[in-house]
Design a binder for this molecule. Sequence first.
Ligand code: G3P
Length: 230
Amino acid sequence: MRLILDTANLKDIEYFNTHYPIEGVTTNPTILSKEGGDAVALLRQIRTILGEDKELHVQVVETQYERILMEARAIVKLLGENTFVKIPATDVGIRATKTLSAEGMGITVTAVLSPTQAMIASLAGASYVAPYVSRLENLCEDGVGCVAAIADVFAYSGTKTRILAASFKTVKEVLDVAAVGCHAATVGSDVMKKMLAHTATDTSIADFAKDWERAFGRHTLLELIPNERD
Ligand code: G3P
């Protein structure tokens, strides 16, 4: 399962894009609102950090069919190749998805909360569907089960639409969707960090350092290995 970063924070994007195996960035109006300022300039900066090959998912704000089409085309014109326009899974959203996908635009149908929404989005030509895992779990529904059901439906139908699961509050949710055939997950910076952090790893490293120092002193291998020039 591929990993994407769910933030518009430039510092985090710079860090994770450089050091972690992420394949792009997703944003939405709420995520952009957290950064404030000039949203267009911010999106341009995100694209510059990512380069032209990584995915950037940007959500429409317009709510009327013709205006969504115009906004989607403007987003792609602004941000170039590998930009995916996020459109909510509503009646007007599906209409726009069908039109824009037929033009060859990459569409991520977002705010997906049921497998039937995902099915319709895929038939309308969406490149991705984005089921909201934690939001479902917080409604006492089965977020991971929803992703699993979508994965089954997509596998049977042979659709090219991919699942980009979103709205993660826990590391376990990320792992669980990976195990049911999810293609990609977009996770916030905090969850991304928690995916790697483990106190037992930290204590293991501390033990290694203690044992090494007891036997060899404070010199590291780097300092003990003879330099080629010596
Ligand atoms: O991409 C946005 C989606 O992940 C929503 O997340 O945390 O607002 O439920 P959240």
